[in-house]
Design a protein around this ligand. Structure first.
Ligand SMILES: [Zn+2]
Length: 400
């Protein structure tokens, strides 16, 4: 069964190793890390061999349930689980309830189940259907069914309701899980919900911790969807701190939709271990390339100018004749072979290759950022990384 061991790191930072993962018992993952975002079982825009050329590719493939759920009968017939079905058998599969980049509409959950939004529209999951899908998918880790439909405006009554429901779902799930042959090697992450109500959050943590779960997903501060990019952790920082204080230190905590690098570092410092990588996809979809700096300057590079924004938008006409790479010194395939001008041309002529090239760069950039985050933690240089990251914030203005 999945194991999580904290490492001894300078300055008291939190870093750990996850091991003995379901179908990949010989592999380990260092925390903090981001998972490899997938849609419908594959990385967006990238074929398998293009994907496998990326450096620092996360071992954990993140497969949101909402998009895959429609195919669960086919996966059941296949018998070998969603990892093999999606040709990702060399990765650890984590199955979340929602897709962080797809809007989850509010008001569609009740005591019988939770609605997820896939390609075919709304799908209502009760615990029985949810567990049938998990038994077909046989992921290495899955998030327990939960009602995270709360935000800063939710009433106390609503917060009580979501905690009641989520705990009752968890008990039904554990019942089925513990009897299941197919899920013997699979770990469950319990969902911590309760909106902005401290008493309900504390109740949810205490009850969830007392049940046999191997990790925790913290949600219910906002509805997942593209707008979560603008969510400020400061809105919930005290409550999040309180939640993490009473969670056991020796189990990993996951939070989806914590996207820009400053938010990632802030959440990490509060005690979050696992993040998602749908942000590079969202950035790609708006024709942009990530350009924030994560390389701590050496004496040689000290004083070099930092970019003013986290990303640049390649549809801007100023890139029409810009023959530099998307990002100077970037070692990704796109930057080593193509120019801003070429990507600008591909975008103007609506060529699909534009999304492929941007996705390669944005994934590469985000994965390297997490590598840099882990390195700065083990070298005791997190403060230096923060100084770099916390400078540029705004989205670029675009001239077409
Ligand atoms: Zn690049």
């Amino acid at each position: 069964m999945m194991k999580f061991v904290l490492k001894n790191v300078k300055n008291g930072y939190r870093a750990g190793v996850i091991s003995e993962l379901g179908n990949q018992p010989d592999k380990t993952v260092d925390t903090p890390f981001c998972m490899l975002y997938t849609r419908g079982g594959s990385a967006p825009h990238l074929s398998r061999d293009v994907l496998n050329r990326l450096k620092n590719l996360p071992l954990v493939a993140h497969m949101p349930l909402n998009i895959l759920a429609d195919h669960h009968e086919a996966v059941r017939k296949f018998q070998h689980g969603i990892g093999k079905f999606a040709a990702m058998e060399d990765r650890v599969v984590y199955c979340s309830l929602h897709d962080p980049s797809t809007l989850v509409k509010s008001g569609y959950n009740d005591k019988h189940g939770v609605s997820v939004w896939g390609k075919g529209g709304k799908l209502k999951l009760d615990t029985e259907l949810f567990m049938k899908i998990q038994e077909s998918f046989q992921p290495d880790i899955y998030q327990a069914l939960s009602d995270g439909d709360t935000d800063i405006n939710s009433t106390r009554k609503r917060c009580i309701k979501v905690v009641d429901r989520t705990l009752s779902f968890l008990d039904s799930i554990l019942d089925i899980h513990n009897k299941s042959e197919r899920l013997k090697k699979t770990a469950i992450f319990g969902s911590i919900v309760g909106g902005y109500n401290e008493a309900e959050r504390v109740r949810c943590v205490k009850e969830t911790v007392s049940r046999p779960v191997q990790g925790f997903v913290i949600e219910g501060f906002f509805n997942p969807g593209p707008d979560t990019e603008h969510f400020q952790i400061n809105e919930c920082v005290n409550l999040l701190q309180k939640i993490i204080e009473i969670l056991p230190v020796d189990k990993p905590r996951l939070m989806q939709s914590i996207w820009p690098p400053d938010a990632v570092i802030q959440a990490y410092e509060l005690g979050i271990d696992i993040f998602d990588s749908s942000y590079p996809y969202v950035v790609t979809e708006r024709s942009s390339a990530l350009v924030f700096t994560y390389i701590i300057p050496t004496e040689e590079t000290e004083g070099e100018e930092l970019p003013e924004t986290y990303e640049i938008n390649l549809t801007d006409k100023k890139y029409f004749a810009d023959f530099s790479p998307l990002l100077k010194d970037c070692k990704c395939y796109t930057c080593e072979n193509y120019t801003r001008s070429y990507v600008n041309h591909l975008l103007n002529t609506k060529e699909l290759l534009a999304s492929i090239l941007l996705m390669i760069h944005n994934f590469h950039h985000y994965f390297e950022f997490f590598e840099s985050l882990r390195r700065s933690i083990s070298d005791g240089k997190l403060e230096d990384l923060k100084k770099l990251i916390n400078k540029p914030k705004k989205l670029p203005s675009v001239e077409r």
